[in-house]
Design a protein around this ligand. Structure first.
Ligand code: ADP
Ligand code: MG
Ligand code: ZN
Length: 487
């Protein structure tokens, strides 16, 4: 066991594909995901000589909106820059990006830190750039070659870089989740990692608490091609362990760029510091500097929806929800909207609605593999179901069954209760007969109960519920059984 304590230091770089109709500098359709290779290309995004880029206004607006959502400072002047390097998926030989004068500077995002308290993660910058094409490396009977698809070339990308404020793999995971939620709320990016619409790189180092106190940092590695949030968590945990082990045995760490092998659960070196590129950035001569008026900034601010943190605070104050419940609802904008529409239709307690959504509805949705956006249970229908429960027309068991049927058929709750005869039986006369039958059918249990084994009452209640297919009013059943057994 080591006595030295370490602090993990992480900074994240995220690339998010912006939701626009066309590409960053040309008129090509941006709906490239899943399209046949090289079907969405033109001389501009193929990097032909002599063509000129034209800035996509929507991409600039989406970047500014994201900056505003992250409380960043929006530049008055932003400049596109050429980042020069050679790679087959970059046909121009340079990527148009932003370097010294990005659109968004500073900003922050709040997560729940490892200590359970709110933690502010500072954003360093967010800039706009274009994506590259994709190469696919082939090997057929030992013959190796590469295929190139330029559909993604020139797609608008927003790069968001944090300060090194994250201190664990879990905090990195939470940061990414929160960032993706915000991007989705404002409609800037789908954030779908499986479609490559969000990609992340983790910068990781480890330092002793003494180093931390002195403001020193450990050797940093950068981990690329992380294809899911859990890959980020796995790769960071792996690197932290490797760093600490190396330090403990007196080894030296190299500042390298790493890849992550998900299948084998380990990182591998992609390139060393010595082979780092010199990108020879310079201002893009084919594009004018972007002048962002304050009027435009205010116009765009007005288009922002209520953001997750604000919504969560409001849900807690307005509906009396606890933090966990409010966080669960606001994690998906469509769920939050569904919740509020249901409360409005129901007119009752928000907490009750929340319990039914996060409990029975979510579990029915996951068994039926249904998404909130394609849900057949409308908020009105769910509200009507809750009203049936309040009126004692059905009990909670039946309520859960009705939800499952509503999910399949989209029928109204009352119709399902009617056609399936699910109304709660509270009528004492009808239940009385069943209670007597149950006592007669279970003589041993009835005798033992009478002899003092009171636990058997629950067994007998269960038998009555079964005989009524779950529809009996349990309170009434309990009373009737107690009376009958006391006779
Ligand atoms: P580079 O020049 O290698 O790209 P930067 O200083 O530009 O490094 O930072 C890139 C990312 O790495 C940022 O998110 C930053 O917060 C993070 N970072 C910088 N130093 C460290 C460190 N010592 N440990 C972990 N992350 C770091
Ligand atoms: Mg970097
Ligand atoms: Zn094009």
């Amino acid at each position: 066991m080591t006595m030295t304590q370490y602090q993990v230091v992480i900074g994240m770089e995220v690339h998010a594909q912006l939701q626009t109709a066309s590409k960053m500098f040309c008129a090509c359709d941006a709906a490239v995901f899943g399209a046949p290779p090289n079907s969405h290309v033109c001389p501009v995004c193929l990097g032909m000589p002599g063509v000129l880029p034209v800035i996509n206004r929507r991409a600039v607006e989406q970047t500014i909106r994201t900056g505003l959502a992250l409380a960043a400072e929006i530049a008055e002047t932003a400049v596109f820059a050429r980042k020069n390097y050679n790679y087959p998926d970059l046909p121009k030989g340079y990527q148009i990006s932003q370097y010294e004068l990005p659109l968004c500077l500073g900003g922050s995002l709040t997560i729940t830190g490892d200590d359970g308290r709110p933690k502010v993660i500072r954003v360093r910058r967010a800039h706009l750039e274009e994506d590259t094409g994709k190469s696919k490396h082939m090997n057929q009977n030992g013959v190796t070659y590469s295929l190139l698809d330029y559909n993604r070339s020139g797609m608008p990308l927003l790069e968001i870089v944090t300060e090194a404020d994250l201190n664990s793999a879990q905090e990195a995971y939470d940061y990414l989740t929160k960032l993706r939620t915000i991007l989705r709320y404002i409609g800037a990016s789908s954030g779908d990692m499986e479609k490559g619409a969000m990609r992340c790189e983790a910068n990781v180092s480890v330092r002793t608490l003494l180093q931390a106190a002195q403001g020193e940092y450990g050797v940093k590695v950068e981990i690329k091609n992380l294809n899911s949030f859990s890959a980020v968590r796995g790769a960071v945990e792996y690197e932290v362990k490797r760093h600490i082990e190396t330090i403990e045995r007196g080894g030296t760490l190299q500042q390298v760029t790493l890849g992550w092998n998900e299948a084998e659960g380990r990182t591998f070196v992609q390139r060393s510091k010595e082979s780092a590129h010199d990108y020879r950035y310079f201002p893009e001569p084919d594009l004018p500097p972007l002048r962002i008026t304050r009027e435009l900034v205010e116009q765009l601010r007005a288009t922002l929806p209520e953001l997750p943190d604000a919504k969560q605070a409001r849900f807690m104050a307005q509906y009396g929800l606890n933090l966990n419940d409010a966080a669960t609802l606001v994690a998906t904008q469509a769920v939050a909207a569904y919740f509020e529409a249901t409360v409005a239709a129901y007119g009752g307690a928000g907490r009750e609605v929340c319990n039914w959504i996060t409990g029975p509805l979510f579990s029915a949705m996951s068994s039926a593999n249904q998404d909130i956006r394609s849900l057949k249970v409308t908020p009105d229908n769910l509200a009507a179901l809750l009203t049936l429960l309040d009126r004692g027309i059905i009990n909670r068991n039946i309520g859960q069954r009705v939800i499952a049927t509503m999910l399949e058929t989209g029928q109204a709750a009352a119709d399902i209760v009617e056609t399936e005869g699910l109304a709660q039986v509270s009528d004492s006369d009808a239940l009385h007969a069943i209670v007597r039958e149950v006592i007669v059918a279970n003589p041993t249990e009835a005798t033992k109960y009478r002899a003092g084994n009171l636990n058997l009452l629950n067994f007998l209640i269960g038998q009555v519920m079964r005989a009524t297919r779950g529809k009996a009013n349990q309170t009434v059943v309990r009373q009737l059984l107690e009376q009958a057994l006391a006779e």
